[in-house]
Design a protein. Structure first.
Length: 238
């Protein structure tokens, strides 16, 4: 029996053929904290490995996980119903030491929602994301990016409708500005980590710092017919 078959979690998933949603959070240290040889990789399933039967899996979340037996097995299995995927990016760690970017390119074809997120811990280490996200996931409707926001590559146009960013900055605006002509269906940009100040706060507070940046983004995007929403999916209330 292969080592994969002895993994109790993978064994459990073999008996969950009707599973529609799976959420797993890794507990190991960040790879930057390890004496990690990026030339080494875990053992991949052999040609005799029987893929998981998860034909109904629609939503998958694998956070704080750059590699694991589960990821390797899912990478080798067909997931035809997968439409929503949440991962922590590790694009600075090459494949096959990290499986995340390869996972996106393998299962991204029919995704409608791709969310990149790094759970808060101490210290929080942010790793870059692939620049090819829109190219490897051509049917996305919602893309949520993590810091540092990548300068996304896109040769043609894309049907993306909702784009979430951690917070608005001038650097991120320059990235977005280059993308606007290639995103004709974009209707919403959301700032994931920031909320509008409550109504009644003085004007100086509303114009300062990130709040001032948010208001400036709202004005610019309004001219393009794009709504700018905060972490609660709320518009600016004047």
């Amino acid at each position: 029996m292969e080592s994969w078959e002895r993994d109790p979690f993978i064994g459990l998933l073999r008996n969950c053929i009707n599973l529609e949603e799976l959420d797993v959070v890794g507990q190991g240290p960040d790879p930057a904290e390890l004496e990690f040889n990026f030339g080494d990789a875990g053992e991949f399933p052999s040609d005799f490995f029987k893929p998981l039967n998860l034909q109904k899996l629609k939503t998958l979340s694998l956070l704080s996980m750059f590699s694991s037996p589960l990821m390797m097995v899912l990478l080798s299995s067909s997931l035809p119903s997968l439409r929503k995927l949440m991962l922590t990016p590790y694009d600075d760690i090459p494949y096959p030491s990290s499986l995340v970017s390869h996972f996106i390119s393998t299962h991204g074809e029919m995704l409608q929602s791709l969310l990149l997120f790094t759970p808060k811990s101490w210290p929080t280490r942010l790793h870059p994301s692939p620049r090819t996200l829109l190219e490897t996931s051509p049917h996305l409707r919602h893309l949520s990016l993590e810091q540092p926001v990548p300068a996304l590559m896109l040769a043609g146009t894309h049907p993306l409708q909702i784009l979430s960013i951690p917070r608005p900055t001038s650097d991120v605006w320059h990235v977005m500005e280059r993308l606007f002509p290639r995103l004709p269906q974009l209707r919403v940009i959301r700032t994931r980590d920031v909320r509008w100040l409550r109504v009644g706060m003085n004007s100086r507070a509303q114009e300062a710092g990130v709040q001032g940046e948010m208001r400036e983004w709202s004005k610019r995007l309004n001219r393009r017919g794009i709504r700018f929403l905060d972490a609660d999916w709320s518009d600016l209330r004047v």
